[in-house]
Each structure stands twice: as C-alpha cells, then as structure tokens.
Design a binder for this molecule. Sequence first.
Ligand code: HEM
Length: 113
Amino acid sequence: VQILFNVILVLHFLGLAAIIGTFLTQMRPPRRPSPGYLHGSLLQLVTGVAMVGLAYPLGWEPDNAKIGVKLLITLAILGLYLANRKKEELPTGAWGAIGGLAITNVAIAVFWG
Ligand code: HEM
C-alpha cells in the first residue's frame, strides 16, 4: 500500500507540474485555455482523493481542514478553466488566479500542519 501511495504521490507532482508548467509558459500572451489546466486539475483531484483513502490503511489520519481547503482551491482552478474554455484567450485575471491558486496549494501542502 505504501508503494501504491508513493506512485500516486508521483502522479500528484506531475499534475502540479501540468498546471504550474502551463501557467508559466503563458507568462507572455497568448494565454490559451490549454487542456494542461484541465488534465492537471483533474489529476490533482483524483490522486488527492486516492491518497486520502490510502492514508487510513497506512495508519494515519489526513488533516481534514487542510484537505478541504486544497479541495476547494482545486475545484476553483477547474471552474476557472471551464468558465473560459470556449474563449480564444484566458482573461489575464483568470490566468493569474489559476497560477496563484495552484501555488497557494503547494504552500498549503508544505506549510500546513
Ligand atoms: C492544485 C492542486 C494541488 C496541488 C498543487 C497540490 C500539491 C501537493 C504537494 C506539493 C504535496 C506534497 C506534500 C508533501 O509531500 O509534503 C501534496 C500532497 C498531498 N495532497 Fe495535494 N495538491 C493539490 C490538490 C490536492 C487535492 C484536491 C487533494 C485531496 C482532495 C490533495 C491531497 C493531498 C494528500 C492527501 C497529500 C499527501 C499527504 C499530505 O502531505 O497531506 N491535494 N499535494
């Protein structure tokens, strides 16, 4: 179970890279509503929930407040992408919010608790 957890954690890092990597490539316009945001945020949701489930057989309790905040932030990223996906370009505010929220989740993962 520990190996499975670690494999999923690696996928969680790749989802992080998909979101923030796509964000960084769009520092300079055009800022397309790239599927990297969609795939990255969906991967974070699936792998995050899976790790929460695997915590119990591994004998620890996830911090539900921390997980809850990360979940809401990830849903906000997904929502910002979905609301703008039909557009030619992401509004600068939506692009900035996606990147800022993703970086916030990294900070929460590292500093909380
Ligand atoms: C943009 C979205 C997200 C980012 C950037 C992100 C980032 C991270 C990072 C950097 C870690 C490693 C922390 C460490 O090993 O010390 C981590 C671990 C973890 N994440 Fe996420 N995460 C995101 C979304 C989520 C979501 C939606 C969930 C659950 C619903 C979640 C649940 C977890 C769990 C359970 C761990 C491992 C244990 C822990 O450190 O609490 N993550 N995340």
